[in-house]
Write a protein that binds this ligand. Structure first.
Ligand code: GLY
Length: 400
C-alpha cells in the first residue's frame, strides 16, 4: 500500500511526515538519513503492544543503532515535569551524546514529553516522532510543540503549561499502530480532523469539510481493512498537510502576541486551538461522560474537542459571524462520526467560564476564543468575547 509524504518547509528545520502502513519498519533508516545518531533512547507508551515496540527496536538494530528503552505510563496526571525529568535522566543513563536522538513511540502524551526531554537534554538533541494514535498522527506529532502539565498548589491541572518548540527530524505515522487502538480513541482522533476541516481554508484546502461530510470517516472493526486503510492514509495525510501549512505560516504561534490586537484578528497557529478552550475546561471536569453511561466519564480529549467545536460554532453563530445553519452542520458531521455533541451534568456557565479562564491562551486576564469567521473553514481569534456568546456556546452542548 503506497505511503504519503507531507513536507513541512521550515528552512533549516524542515522535515517530512511519512504516513503509511508499516512505515515504522523504516525507523532505523530514517534516523540514519536525517540524524547523526549512533545511540537512541526509545521512549514508549507502556501500554503499547510488544509487537509494535519490537518492530521499532528491530529496525534500529538493523540500522546498527544502539537503543535503550524507557516506558512511560501515558496519562494526563503523569504528563508532568517529573516524568520529563525521568526521560532526561534515562537519556543520561544511556550516555546519549549531542548528536544522538530520542524516538517517541506513542500518543500525544508520550510525544509531548519525549519532545520536551529532547529539547532540554544537553540543551537539545534530535527527536523523531512515531505517533501511534490518530490524534497524534494528525496533530500532536507535527509542528514541534512539546509540553508537560503543571499542578498548582490547590491541585488544578494546567494542561501543557510548560513546554518548548522543538521540531522533529522526521515523523513516521504507521497506520498499523492504529489496529490496537480502541474505537473510542480512534473516534476521538477524528475530532481533530473535523477541527482541521473547520479551518482548512487557511491551509489551501477549503473542500476538506465538504469531503468529510460526503463520506464521514467510519470507525468500525472493518475500518482497518485494506480499502479502509488506504482511505485512512489519505485522511491522515490531508490533515497532516493542513497542520503543516498552518505551522509554516506561524511556527511559534506569535500572530496573537501584538500589543493591541483587533477584537477579531488573524489566528495564525492559534487557529489550531479551535474548540480547545471550551474543550479543555470540559475535559478537566472528571464527572462528564460522553454518553448516557456515567462509567464512561471523564471525556477523552477528542470528545471534549468535539463538544468545543459545537460550542465555538454556536458562539460564532450567536455573534452573527457565520450563517445560521452552521452549528447544525458541524453537529451533523460529529454525530455521523458518533462523537458527542451534547452532554448531561454540565455545571453552570460561571463554573465552566472559570475553568476556561485557566486556558493558557488567556492574556491580560481576558478570555480569547478561536471562532469560525464568515464561513466554516475560516476562523479568527475573538478577544474578550461577550459573555452572551460563551453562554450560547454552552447552551448548544447542554443535554436536556
Ligand atoms: N496542537 C496545536 C498546535 O500544534 O499548535
Amino acid at each position: 500500500m503506497p505511503s504519503r509524504t507531507v513536507h513541512l518547509a521550515l528552512g533549516p528545520d524542515s522535515y517530512d511526515v511519512v504516513v503509511g502502513h508499516g512505515v515504522l519498519a523504516d525507523l532505523g533508516a530514517t534516523l540514519r538519513t536525517h540524524t547523526r545518531a549512533a545511540s537512541v533512547l526509545l521512549v514508549c507508551d507502556a501500554a503499547l503492544p510488544d509487537a509494535l515496540v519490537r518492530t521499532a527496536e528491530q529496525s534500529l538494530a538493523a540500522a546498527s543503532l544502539r537503543a535503550a528503552r524507557h516506558s512511560v505510563a501515558a496519562s494526563e496526571p503523569n504528563k508532568s515535569l517529573h516524568t520529563a525529568q525521568a526521560i532526561v535522566e534515562a537519556a543520561a543513563a544511556a550516555r546519549l551524546e549531542r548528536t544522538d536522538a530520542i524516538v517517541a513511540l506513542g500518543g500525544g502524551v508520550v510525544g509531548d514529553l519525549a519532545g520536551f526531554a529532547a529539547s532540554i537534554y544537553r540543551r537539545g538533541i534530535d527527536i523523531v516522532h512515531c505517533p501511534t494514535t490518530l490524534l497524534a498522527m494528525v496533530d500532536a506529532a507535527i509542528g514541534g510543540k512539546t509540553a508537560a502539565n503543571l499542578l498548582t498548589p490547590d491541585a488544578r491541572l494546567l494542561k501543557n503549561m510548560a513546554g518548548t518548540f522543538h521540531q522533529p527530524k522526521a515523523v513516521l505515522a504507521d497506520t498499523a499502530a492504529l489496529a490496537s487502538l480502541p474505537p473510542r480513541h480512534l473516534r476521538a482522533g477524528l475530532a481533530e480532523c473535523v477541527k482541521h476541516a473547520m479551518l482548512a481554508a487557511h491551509a489551501g484546502d477549503p473542500d476538506l469539510l465538504a469531503a468529510m461530510e460526503q463520506d464521514p470517516p467510519a470507525v468500525a472493526a472493518s475500518s482497518l481493512a485494506p480499502a479502509a486503510t488506504a482511505r485512512l492514509i489519505d485522511l491522515i495525510a490531508r490533515n497532516a498537510a493542513v497542520k503543516a501549512r498552518v505551522v509554516e505560516r506561524d511556527t511559534t504561534e506569535s500572530a496573537g502576541l501584538q500589543q493591541r490586537p483587533a477584537p477579531n484578528h488573524d489566528a495564525g497557529r492559534e487557529a489550531l486551538n479551535l474548540g480547545h478552550t471550551f474543550g479543555h475546561a470540559l475535559e478537566a471536569m472528571q464527572h462528564i461522560s460522553p454518553d448516557a453511561d456515567p462509567a464512561h466519564a471523564p471525556l477523552h480529549h477528542g470528545e471534549a474537542v468535539a463538544l468545543g467545536l459545537v460550542a465555538a460554532a454556536a458562539a460564532a453563530e450567536s455573534l452573527g459571524q457565520i450563517p445560521a445553519d452552521s452549528t447544525a452542520r458541524v453537529r451533523r458531521l460529529l454525530d455521523a462520526i458518533a462523537l458527542p455533541t451534547r452532554v448531561a451534568a454540565l455545571p453552570d456557565d460561571a463554573t465552566i467560564l472559570a475553568a476556561m479562564m485557566d486556558d493558557k491562551k488567556v492574556m491580560g486576564g481576558r478570555l480569547r476564543l478561536v471562532l469560525p469567521w464568515r464561513e466554516l473553514g475560516r476562523v479568527r481569534v475573538a478577544e474578550d468575547p461577550p459573555r452572551e456568546a460563551v453562554a450560547a456556546g454552552l447552551a448548544a452542548i447542554r443535554a436536556g
